[in-house]
Write a protein that binds this ligand. Structure first.
Ligand code: S3P
Length: 443
């Protein structure tokens, strides 16, 4: 497969309808939970992306059969079959934090040693957040740099059910502990300061295992899983709202409209739609029937006069991966966008506050970095320039959408990072009328 590394995108309104790859969060969980069932489980619509390939590869190394092929809609479909056992090699999670954190939870319940690692970006991302609860459950964990960053060594086996109070509202931490909890001797509860995406809980329910979940009045979330059998049921994955978000913002900032069909519309993932509505965007939602326990919708966003606003608290968690592209919406709004309570952005595929600041400045726009977020003044238009993706797919795609509303062409280096979530991004950009020049690629 050819991976585009350097690209030039020219200004011009995007318009039309697009269907994005399968949801990355759901794709990982379909493979992992499917492998825990112990029988053949059909999976459909998975993202054909680097991150999902990393999970599939790791599960094979853990003894699972994973057969996937491109389907007519461009997704990956096939089946997965456990059981899992001690891996016979290192688990390479590539660029994918979700693979590493969730697989570590599964590895903690397996007899033997698992070693998990990834690319340079992943090897900078914290694992102490999962080390503490897994140790409390009885696993032995080690990692580099004072047990804080990968490679991560998990010595798994018999686990105790625990109650864990997570200091961060992270679905990866919650899911890691719940997955370990499936192999424990009793119930496991994860309490978090705010609710986070609940795909693991919904998919476990879909596979026949009840999960108890409460959100208290002050917004705290408590989720309890009790070990029990999982039944084989097909797992269908719908479009990734985090990928769709780029086209939604393009629709709002252009002078026509963009529709994104068949998106996962789980409210814990739809903060981008809520934020666009709050900014005053012209959004039309069409609900489709639920699939695999998840709501599904089409979203149409037409040219909009955006006012501006502030995003904080649970609104940030619901739009976590969309904060880069929302920054562009903020720049094009009247009053700008302020984001608070988003310190987690510092430990994503890049330090997204720093890399967004660099990208915005490279295009001649003001961007105020905060420890836990950003302030983007409104009334700004990107100029021509060169943006480095900083190894981060969402920075690369944000720069590409910025180019469509810029006063001149934007070059993006390190564009290959996009393949971790959305390898067909440039095809979809071109299909919506985007003007793209490929400057360098590798095979
Ligand atoms: C994810 C959870 C989020 C998100 C990531 C995918 C998941 O991370 O940023 O892209 O699939 O659970 P945290 O919940 O750890 O912040």
């Amino acid at each position: 497969m050819t991976v585009v590394e350097r690209v030039r995108v020219h200004p011009g309104t995007l318009a039309g309808t697009v269907r994005v790859p399968g949801d990355k969060s759901l794709s990982h969980r379909a493979l992992m939970l499917g492998a825990l069932v112990g029988e053949r489980v059909e999976v459909t619509g998975l993202a054909p992306s680097g991150d999902v390939a990393a999970t599939a590869g790791a599960l094979r190394t853990m003894g699972a059969t994973v057969e996937l092929a491109l389907d007519a809609a461009g997704g990956l479909s096939g089946h997965v079959r456990g059981p899992l056992r001690e891996p016979d090699d290192v688990l390479d999670c590539g660029n994918s934090g979700t693979s590493l954190r969730l697989l570590a939870g599964i590895a903690a319940g397996l007899d033997g040693v698992s070693v998990l690692t990834g690319d340079a970006s992943l090897r900078r991302r914290p694992v102490d957040r999962i080390r503490r609860p897994l140790e409390a459950m009885g696993a032995r964990i080690d990692a580099r740099a004072g047990a804080t960053v990968p490679p991560l060594v998990v010595r798994g086996g018999a686990l105790r059910g625990i109650r864990y109070d997570s200091p961060v509202a992270s679905a990866q931490v919650k899911s890691c502990v719940l997955l370990a909890g499936l192999a424990a001797d009793g119930p496991t509860t994860v309490a978090s300061p705010l609710r986070s995406r609940d795909h693991t809980e919904r998919m476990l329910e879909h596979l026949g295992l009840p999960v108890a979940s409460v959100t208290t009045e002050d917004g705290r979330e408590e989720v309890t899983v009790t070990p029990g059998p999982l039944r084989a049921a097909p797992l269908a994955v719908t479009g990734d709202p985090s990928s769709g978000a780029f086209w939604m913002v393009a629709g709002a900032l252009g002078d026509d409209a963009v529709s994104v069909t068949d998106l996962n519309a789980n409210p814990t993932r739809f903060g981008v739609v809520a934020t666009l509505l709050e900014l005053g965007a012209d959004v039309t939602l069409t609900q489709r029937g639920p699939r695999t326990g998840e709501p599904v919708a089409d979203v149409r966003v037409a040219a909009s006069e955006l006012a501006g606003g502030v995003l904080a608290g649970v609104g940030v968690v619901d739009a976590l991966d969309e904060l880069p592209i929302l920054a562009l919406a903020g720049a094009r709004s009247r009053d700008g966008l302020e984001v608070r309570d988003a310190a987690e952005l510092r430990v994503k595929e890049s330090d997204r506050i720093a890399s967004l600041a660099a990208a915005f400045r490279a295009l001649g726009m003001a961007f105020e970095e905060r420890d836990d977020g950003y302030l983007v003044p409104g009334g700004q238009r990107p100029g021509p320039g060169t943006v480095d993706a900083a190894g981060d797919h969402r920075i690369a795609m944000t720069a590409a959408i910025a180019a469509t509303v810029a006063t001149g062409p934007v070059e993006i280096t390190g564009f290959g990072a996009v393949s971790s979530s959305y390898p067909s991004f440039l095809d979809d950009l071109a299909a919506l009328g985007g003007r793209v020049e490929v400057l360098a690629s590798r095979t």
